[in-house]
Design a protein around this ligand. Structure first.
Ligand SMILES: Cc1cc2nc3c(=O)[nH]c(=O)nc-3n(C[C@H](O)[C@H](O)[C@H](O)COP(=O)(O)OP(=O)(O)OC[C@H]3O[C@@H](n4cnc5c(N)ncnc54)[C@H](O)[C@@H]3O)c2cc1C
Length: 305
């Protein structure tokens, strides 16, 4: 028999876990489905210094575990499985997963987005040890140290401008000879004395000991190779929202992110979205948690209607 829930939450990052806390504490019969590590992306953060309530900071892994513990205390059930689709039926939603189907009155989608990776040697090894995908999260760890930003779009240049407040130098590495970022961001970057550019260049390798020490670059037009000494490499070459299983069910923006209203409701009644998967998300643990709380509160109102 297919198990029935009031709310099914897809994704066990800060958004999903907070939605789970609010939903289960509101005495809704709630199931959270997670395909990987409970805690989500924040579990990859060595130290989180900007989540309120932890004045000394906290390891990302521990933060995720505490969130899960807190939600579980109020009755949230967790299933380790991958959601593969949602079917809208009269008055209910069927959630298809690798561990079977589930029925819910409301669904909260919190399956996050993944940063595009460079796919070069050293990237995985040094993630959290100099390689970062989030300047807002990690810039403060690189005070007065040289860093590189890889990318040339709005996100990359915004990261570079933020990093310039902390780092000694910021080298933007871009595979083309001009930026894709908006004109205003370009003007700001060109007038910031700490920001330098390596045009027509790609990162071939990231090297170091315990932490990043340098990157190996290749100039694409000439094939010339060089090394750049940096303590940090911020990769900003795009996002891949985890929305493949939602195609055809929900309208997505041009980047594949879910459009919601201020109640976090997507364009289908009883389907909510929270966190990094949402159009215009600030992509922080605290904003994801806030979205999750909002989504659960309005999911409860939807169910009781
Ligand atoms: C290395 C690193 C460091 C960071 N540091 C900080 C920091 O210091 N401060 C800060 O505020 N933010 C930080 N962030 C950003 C923060 O982690 C994210 O903004 C936050 O985790 C987003 O939460 P979320 O719940 O929306 O999504 P996620 O955390 O991405 O969680 C989504 C979850 O959904 C699961 N999932 C995806 N698809 C499916 C599916 N089909 N079925 C089931 N489950 C699925 C994923 O496995 C994942 O666990 C950092 C991110 C990274 C990568």
């Amino acid at each position: 028999m297919t198990e029935k829930y009031d709310v099914v939450i897809i994704g066990g990052g800060p958004a999903g876990l907070t939605a789970g806390l609010y939903a289960s504490r509101a005495r809704l019969n709630s199931l959270l489905i997670e395909k990987g590590l409970v805690g989500g992306q924040v579990a990859n953060a060595g130290r989180v210094e900007n989540y309120p309530g932890f004045p000394e900071g906290i390891s990302g892994l521990e933060l995720g575990q505490l969130m899960h513990q807190q939600a579980t205390r109020f009755g949230l059930k967790t299933l380790l499985a991958e959601a593969t689709g949602i079917e809208l039926q009269e008055g209910q939603k069927v959630i298809r997963t690798t561990e079977g189907d589930f029925i819910a009155k409301a669904v909260i989608i919190a399956s996050g987005s993944e940063r595009q990776k460079l796919g070069v040697p050293g990237e995985e090894k040094f993630t959290g040890k100099g390689v970062s995908y989030c300047a807002t999260c990690d810039a403060a760890f690189f005070r007065e140290q040289p860093v590189a930003v890889v990318g040339g779009g709005d996100a990359a240049i915004t990261e570079a401008l933020h990093l310039a407040k902390f780092a000694s130098t910021v080298t933007v590495i871009h595979r083309r000879d001009q930026l894709r970022a908006s004109r205003i961001l370009q003007e700001k970057a060109f007038s910031q004395s700490k920001i330098e550019f390596r045009w027509d260049s790609i990162v071939e390798k990231i090297e170091g000991g315990d932490l990043v020490k340098r990157i190996r670059l290749c100039e694409v037009k000439t094939g010339e190779e060089s090394a750049l000494e940096v303590a940090g490499v911020f990769v900003s070459i795009g996002l891949k929202p985890n929305t493949d299983y939602l195609k055809g069910i929900l309208p997505l923006d041009a980047n594949g992110l879910i459009i919601t209203d201020e109640k976090m409701e997507a364009k289908r009644p009883g389907i909510f979205a929270a966190g990094d998967i949402r159009h215009n998300s600030a992509r922080q643990a605290i904003t994801a948690a806030g979205d999750g709380a909002t989504a659960a509160i309005y999911a409860e109102k939807f169910i009781s209607k």
